[in-house]
Design a protein around this ligand. Structure first.
Ligand SMILES: *[C@@H]1O[C@H](CO)[C@@H](O)[C@H](O)[C@H]1NC(C)=O
Ligand SMILES: *[C@@H]1O[C@H](CO)[C@@H](O)[C@H](O)[C@H]1NC(C)=O
Ligand SMILES: *[C@@H]1O[C@H](CO)[C@@H](O)[C@H](O)[C@H]1NC(C)=O
Ligand SMILES: *[C@@H]1O[C@H](CO)[C@@H](O)[C@H](O)[C@H]1NC(C)=O
Ligand SMILES: *[C@@H]1O[C@H](CO)[C@@H](O)[C@H](O)[C@H]1NC(C)=O
Ligand SMILES: *[C@@H]1O[C@H](CO)[C@@H](O)[C@H](O)[C@H]1NC(C)=O
Length: 429
């Protein structure tokens, strides 16, 4: 007798909470995708939050494309299966499937999601800030692999995204870049008007070895003479994700490492792990030139394998000025949304100030954050398949099992193994 009543209550509760949830959307559309009508398109304007519910997707995938009339980095496109997209799950939403962070970060006019059809309704929400803006949304079903912007015609679409042709980079292969080959040295001129120049290195032959990049700056007129410290106008941006952000400032250190080429030289070394997946086998970087420096400068970039470098994982050794250990790998799915919101806030602020100059170059050499690709407790990779990863209050990442064990072993107040800030093990899921 009790059970049916309980069921009944539960159903009412679910129905009510779903209704409450859909109330917060300014408008919603229910879309039926079937064999005959496999594409749905609409132009939306003046709505700040719109919900799309898709039913009956008969093909393997459901693709969502948004084309904006004007740039709007604060547009958030989210999706979930069988439930409303949930803001508190944003950081665990998968890039390219449940959320498109990359296009927002790059401030591109398009957004793209590739959803799996799992015989469940798909809920898609689009939140905009600038309601004067307009976007066209296209939702289609297909059993073929499709990619963001069709890889800009500069790559091949594969199951896990675009595989760009030589000299193109970015998640949709939109950015042209120069390839630097192992064992070669090249000279480049950075003139007054250009601000960002993109490069890439194929890491595949370097797996389990050490990559070394030597950057040497010369003044333009005297070709052989290395410059002194009066001209610190070049900066190296090493990207940790596929987002080729270029107009942002310090707050996005989660997405790249920056190194100023000080006193004419910089040597960057990094150990390349053996378990890089295909998408991580390319190292992307850009040389940013401070456009306030009016001189044209010449830079030589040499790429080599150097296994003589000895690595210290201890943080205290990071103050070595020339040999810098990079952490290339950072799963984009773990990046907290707070960073995204901060970016949005600053982009907006900048836009409101009327500064549309994409050449923000931090003046100070940033400290290298010891963003771990490894769990600081067991020193095993954080991206191993069979171990759950958890972020504690101070935003450091560990294997779930390791941090729990750590909590048990510590007497009294528990503190983060990396930064010593206290945390409460009982509050971890
Ligand atoms: C956004 O939508 C909500 C719900 O319809 C409405 O109350 C609010 O005023 C809207 N905000 C803007 C800025 O349009
Ligand atoms: C929707 O927008 C696109 C691109 O902005 C435009 O080409 C198209 O004509 C619009 N459709 C309607 C029905 O307004
Ligand atoms: C969103 O997710 C959080 C964490 O899983 C959960 O506690 C909350 O109830 C969810 N909210 C909705 C509206 O489903
Ligand atoms: C939304 O736009 C308003 C006005 O332009 C701005 O003050 C606010 O910071 C924006 N919010 C976000 C999250 O970008
Ligand atoms: C500087 O670079 C830009 C873009 O690469 C190019 O169009 C321009 O001609 C260059 N200027 C000089 C003086 O070399
Ligand atoms: C810098 O040197 C290069 C190569 O000699 C030359 O092409 C370029 O015009 C020079 N730029 C300036 C501003 O002198």
């Amino acid at each position: 007798m009790l059970i049916p009543i309980f069921n009944f209550l539960l159903i009412i509760q679910i129905t009510r909470s779903q209704l409450q949830n859909s109330d917060k959307y300014a408008s919603s559309f229910e879309i039926d995708l079937d064999e005959y009508n496999n594409l749905w398109q609409k132009n939306i304007s003046n709505e700040n939050e719109t919900l799309f519910i898709i039913k009956n997707v008969l093909s393997s995938y459901c693709y969502v494309r948004i084309n904006l009339k004007q740039n709007d980095p604060s547009l958030i496109l989210m999706a979930d299966y069988g439930q409303f997209p949930n803001d508190s799950l944003i950081q665990s939403y998968k890039q390219g499937e449940k959320i498109d962070r990359i296009s927002s970060l790059e401030n591109r006019k398009n957004r793209f999601l590739k959803l799996q059809s799992e015989l469940q309704d798909i809920y898609i929400s689009v939140r905009v800030n600038n309601t004067d803006n307009q976007f066209q949304i296209s939702i289609s079903g297909s059993s073929e692999e499709e990619c963001n912007n069709d890889c800009s015609n500069n790559g091949v679409c594969e199951a896990n995204g675009c595989s760009c042709y030589n000299s193109f980079i970015g998640n949709d292969c939109h950015q042209i870049a120069e390839q630097l080959l192992l064992g070669t040295q090249k000279q480049f001129y950075f003139n007054t008007s250009s601000s960002f120049t993109f490069f890439y290195i194929n890491l595949k032959p370097l797996m389990e070895h050490t990559l070394r990049i030597d950057l040497t700056q010369y003044s333009n007129d005297t070709h052989s003479e290395q410059v002194d410290n009066s001209n610190n106008c070049l900066e190296v941006w090493i990207y940790k994700s596929k987002a080729l952000v270029q107009q942002l400032n310090d707050y996005t250190q989660q997405y790249f490492h920056t190194f100023l080429i000080e006193q004419g030289t910089q040597i960057i070394t990094t150990k390349i792990p053996s378990n890089l997946n295909v998408q991580q086998q390319i190292l992307w970087f850009a040389i940013a030139k401070d456009t306030e420096t009016f001189d044209s400068v010449q830079l030589s970039i040499a790429v080599s394998q150097d296994d003589a470098v000895i690595y210290e994982y201890d943080q205290k050794d990071d103050n070595d000025e020339t040999n810098k250990l990079l952490y290339i790998i950072l799963p984009t799915t773990l990046i907290p949304i707070t960073i995204l919101l901060i970016i949005i806030y600053y982009l907006r602020k900048k836009k409101n100030q009327g500064i549309d100059n994409p050449n923000v170059v931090p003046k100070k050499q940033p400290e290298i954050e010891n963003e771990p690709e490894k769990c600081a407790i067991c020193f095993e990779g954080l991206n191993t398949k069979n171990k759950a990863v958890i972020t504690i209050e101070c935003n450091h990442l560990f294997h779930n099992s390791c941090i729990h064990q750590w909590g048990v072993q510590q007497v009294g107040l528990k503190s983060c193994p990396t930064c010593r800030r206290p945390f409460k093990p009982e509050e971890l899921q």
